[in-house]
Design a protein around this ligand. Structure first.
Ligand code: TPP
Ligand code: MG
Length: 287
């Protein structure tokens, strides 16, 4: 499999910052939402959409496209932020998140959002959908890649492990999945609510290739995906992303619970100060 030339670190980090800025635009219009679990996906989405997801932005529903299924559907705002940057959905939609008549519901809805490849939000289902699409691609002899992002709290769902077993049984090496391993879920740490143990060992035991990488290191993520594509050993791949929920703004990561929060003017100002400082370092103009 030939891999096109990959983006440099700065480009990927700039995209990650643009994703966070777009998320904040969405949150502003909704006066809050799932900021923590959306912010921590900015790096992985930047790498997937800049370098690996082969889609024609003019035909995002084309059947031979690569698929990206956001199984932790409450992070929909992170996906929409990326789709707007890629020109798949209009940028103006970001100013109307989760309101009546909005085309961007809080959770992913494939019937409303162009580029959302599955309707998710009921946790545990996305990996099964991704595995089904990956099996379909195998049956068609298509070289499509199927990407999927799951959560660590989500991994308490039994269906995740049925999908893991199914994907290895069917040798779905076209399935590249991620686990957002931030050790946080809705109302506590994963450790206290339902410990996940060592997900790398678990997925390996299920017959997957599995590695852990720093989920905020764009180059490490890029290398992980590259290896998954090159690795033709008939196994699906799980890239465990060691992340910090809310990463990108210290004022969010320092909150005891940043799962679904209101966005006051004061908090908005604090977040924007931090993002503007990062923009200066990355030599970006923020409007
Ligand atoms: C089947 C199901 N059960 C419960 C919920 C409620 N819920 C929404 S988000 C969430 C926590 C998910 O944790 P995790 O996967 O770690 O995502 P993160 O909070 O890290 O973004 C829960 C329990 C749900 N959406 N679906
Ligand atoms: Mg989590």
């Amino acid at each position: 499999m030939i891999i096109k030339s990959l983006s440099d670190k700065k480009t990927l980090e700039q995209t990650a910052l643009k994703i966070r800025l777009n998320i904040i635009r969405e949150m502003k219009s909704n006066k809050g939402g799932h900021i923590g679990g959306s912010f921590d996906l900015a790096e992985v989405l930047s790498v997937i959409y800049n370098d690996f997801l082969r889609i024609d932005v003019k035909k995002p529903k084309s059947l031979d496209r690569d698929f990206m299924i956001l199984s932790k559907g409450h992070a929909g705002p992170a996906l929409y932020a990326t789709l707007a940057l890629k020109g798949i959905i209009p940028d103006s939609q970001l100013d109307n998140l989760n309101n009546i008549n909005s085309l961007l519901p809080g959770h992913c809805d494939r019937n409303k959002v162009l580029g959302a490849d599955a309707s998710t939000g009921s946790l545990g289902q996305g990996l099964s959908i991704a595995a089904g699409v990956a099996l379909g691609a195998k049956i068609k002899n298509s070289d499509q890649r199927i990407f999927c992002i799951t959560g660590d709290g989500e991994s308490a769902e039994g269906q995740i492990w049925e999908a893991a077993q199914f994907a290895s049984h069917h040798k779905l090496d076209n399935l590249i999945s991620f686990l957002d391993f931030n050790n946080m879920q809705i109302d506590g740490t994963v450790e206290e609510v339902m410990s996940l143990g060592d997900p790398v060992k678990k997925y390996q035991a299920f017959g997957w290739n599995a590695v852990e990488v720093d989920g905020h290191d764009v180059v490490a993520i890029q290398n992980g995906i590259k290896k998954a594509i090159e690795n033709k050993n008939n196994k699906p791949t799980m890239i465990v992303l060691k992340t910090i929920k809310g990463y990108g703004a210290k004022c969010i990561t320092e909150m005891k619970n940043n799962h679904c929060i209101g966005l006051s003017d004061e908090l908005l100002e604090k977040i924007m100060n931090e993002l503007n400082q990062q923009a200066k370092i990355l030599e970006m103009e923020v409007h």
